[in-house]
Write a protein that binds this ligand. Structure first.
Ligand code: FES
Ligand SMILES: [Fe+2]
Length: 363
């Protein structure tokens, strides 16, 4: 029953929202691992994690969703790579901690790889035939950049440029090179709800006057704007008069608009929130069908602007979002609810996400 395909009408005026089971059925969450998470671009980290040649940074891609052990490396030619962190001999993890290395060496039986993943050497394999081969290299994972941020995909259904090109153009010129990661202010939130409910909520400003009283005092609700890209959504928070906004150069396409925040979402789990003070990268990690970790990672280019406007008080706004999304999770389990309808003026982003999710899940 859970495998019953579903569609989302492309016309938002006649469409119904995602069936409730998408948010609550463990079998559908299982299906999303390979059909959605493995085929899309995921946030892997920022370029300072591997700032100099020889730096390595192991991590698990989407713990709970993909659980894929990977490692970021910067080789002697200053190229950043994302490699499988699983030894091609008997499969143990190769790199166990961040550090500086000239080669990757597996501690189980001593197989060595160069920093770009190529097999280098292995003791006691002189008599092994047809060895080494391409299969003995660490598999390379596709890696792309969005400014200072590294995105990876295991089996991408789309080129990263198709996901991010329009967004890149929109924020080009902002001082990304100056960004400094503020680790002390980074927070993880555990949300007792399906990851897609968190994304749904992110993709509309409709709830701002109802759920976020503080944010509502600084944003102009009437001017809030949504733009759709093939695999992304851009929302523009417009400042009320006197509230903090970007000082954009005259040639910028948004010059003259009091932009308080650019909320960029890349399908399915990455949110780049750009404020006059810098960026809050929100990474959505689906842990289980009804549990999600949301990481708020702050990167600052102007500390003095941090306490003002739509980019301030993010912890409070997040807690308000978390509480409402957890209430939705309890609601979508109901026997008496299945699908809702959309507001064409306010929920175009949610509708777009639902169409993408349906397309990927039914593929
Ligand atoms: S598992 Fe890595 S060398 Fe044996
Ligand atoms: Fe919100």
């Amino acid at each position: 029953m859970s495998e019953r395909p579903f569609g989302i009408d492309p016309d938002i005026r006649t469409a119904a929202t995602l069936p409730a089971r998408v948010y609550s059925d463990p079998a559908l969450f299982e299906l999303q691992r390979e059909r959605v998470f493995a085929r899309t671009w995921q946030y892997a980290g920022h370029d300072d994690l591997v700032r100099v040649a020889g730096q390595v940074f192991p991590f698990t891609l989407l713990p709970g969703g993909l659980d894929e052990p990977l490692v970021l490396t910067r080789d002697g030619d200053d190229q950043i790579h994302c490699l499988s962190n699983v030894c091609t001999h008997r499969g143990t993890l190769v790199v166990e901690g961040a550090g500086h290395l000239s080669q990757l060496r597996c501690r189980y039986h001593g197989r060595r790889f160069s920093l770009d993943g190529r097999f280098h050497s292995m003791p006691e394999f002189e008599e092994t035939k047809n060895f080494p081969s391409k299969a003995d290299d660490l598999p390379r994972v596709e890696l792309a950049r969005f400014e200072r941020f590294l995105m990876v995909a295991l089996a991408p259904a789309t080129a990263f440029d198709d996901v991010a090109a329009a967004m890149r153009a929109r924020v080009a010129g902002l001082p990304f090179a100056d960004l400094v990661y503020d680790e002390s202010a980074a927070r993880d939130y555990l949300v007792e709800a399906n990851w897609a409910l968190y994304v749904d909520n992110y993709l509309e400003g409709f709830h701002i006057p109802y759920v976020h009283s503080s944010l509502a005092t600084t944003l102009d609700y009437g001017a809030y704007a949504i733009e759709l890209e093939p695999y992304a959504v851009l929302q523009l928070g417009i400042a009320k008069p006197g509230e903090r906004s970007f000082a954009l150069p005259a040639e910028h396409r948004d010059a003259g608009r009091a932009i308080a925040a650019y909320y960029l979402w890349l399908f399915p789990t990455t949110m780049f929130n750009v404020y006059p003070w810098g960026m809050s990268v929100n990474v959505v990690t689906p842990l289980a069908v009804d549990r999600t970790r949301v990481s708020f990672l702050p990167f600052v280019w102007d500390e003095s602007a941090r306490g003002e406007g739509a980019g301030s008080g993010l912890d409070r706004v997040e807690r308000e979002d978390e509480a409402i999304v957890e209430a939705v999770q309890r609601g979508v389990r109901s026997r008496l609810y299945d699908r809702g309808r959309y507001s064409p003026t306010r929920e175009a982003g949610v509708h777009h996400f639902h169409r993408l999710l349906a397309e990927f899940m039914n593929a």
